[in-house]
Design a protein around this ligand. Structure first.
Ligand SMILES: Nc1ncnc2c1ncn2[C@@H]1O[C@H](COP(=O)(O)OP(=O)(O)OP(=O)(O)O)[C@@H](O)[C@H]1O
Length: 231
């Protein structure tokens, strides 16, 4: 962690059809940090992530990436990728083609695509599965394909929207460890959304506790655990 702020969120507001969802959200994210947005269903965690990723526009406030206003930059031009709960993989494609997708869209030379995909297949422990359809994979394997597909584009920030919510408890623990180790190894910034307190406490450098469109507390896991400002 270098201590520089890769992302600055200032006073974000958002409403859908007159219903206020975000009521002025502000926080900074340091480069290389593992940060978690924790809060109950409907508190605005995913909406915050969608604004950072460029899938939604805020009504007010600013998002700065490396000090520059992100708002005019379309989602596909941001150095930010997202992993969703259902992974949004292409079921008709095999593992290799799913991972290769982003590079091919960018018209990367096939020679480089082959090399890069092979690197990520190895890194994610997916050797031998290259030609399997993604629907024939286990939940954990699907998650690894989704991670490889996102990381191959070399984003500076990876957004993770409840990626482990669909996994059973044992696999969830395993994938939490894997994800944490991977983040430490590659050193890029992760922003995780979860409603699972234990997940937030075990994985994060800092936790942002949200409720009803507001931030209630920001702190290291031990601070949040020892001195919670609410339940
Ligand atoms: N595109 C949309 N149009 C209308 N309302 C929306 C839209 N997206 C989200 N909402 C509403 O905004 C509120 C906050 O949703 P959001 O997904 O940000 O919450 P969350 O904290 O991530 O919760 P969850 O874990 O349930 O996704 C919810 O009441 C949701 O119904």
């Amino acid at each position: 962690m270098t201590g520089n702020h890769i992302l600055e969120i200032r006073n974000l507001t958002k409403d859908y059809d007159g219903k206020v969802i975000l009521k002025g959200i502000s926080f900074n994210v340091r480069e290389g940090e593992f940060i978690t947005l924790l809060g109950p269903s409907g508190c605005g965690k995913s909406t915050t992530l969608d604004i950072i990723g460029g899938r939604e526009k805020p009504n007010g406030g600013e998002v700065l990436f490396e000090g520059k206003d992100l708002r005019p930059i379309p989602a596909n031009k941001r150095q930010i990728n997202t992993i969703f709960q259902n992974y949004a993989l292409f079921p008709q494609y095999n593992v290799f083609d799913n991972i290769a997708y982003g590079l091919r869209i960018k018209k990367t030379k096939e020679e480089i695509v082959l090399k890069e995909v092979a690197t990520f297949i190895k890194k994610m422990g997916l050797e031998g599965m290259e030609y399997k359809k993604v629907n024939d994979l286990s939940g954990g394997q699907k998650q690894r394909v989704a991670i490889a597909r996102a990381l191959i584009l070399k984003p500076k920030i990876l957004l993770l929207d409840e990626p482990m919510a669909a996994l059973d408890v044992q696999l969830r623990k395993k994938m939490q460890n894997e994800l944490k180790n991977l983040q430490e190894e590659i050193g890029i910034t992760f922003i995780l959304v979860t409603h699972d307190q234990e997940e937030a406490l075990t994985m994060s450098d800092r936790i942002i506790v949200m409720n009803e469109g507001k931030i209630q507390q920001i702190g290291a896991p031990e601070d949040i655990y020892n001195e919670p400002e609410n339940r």
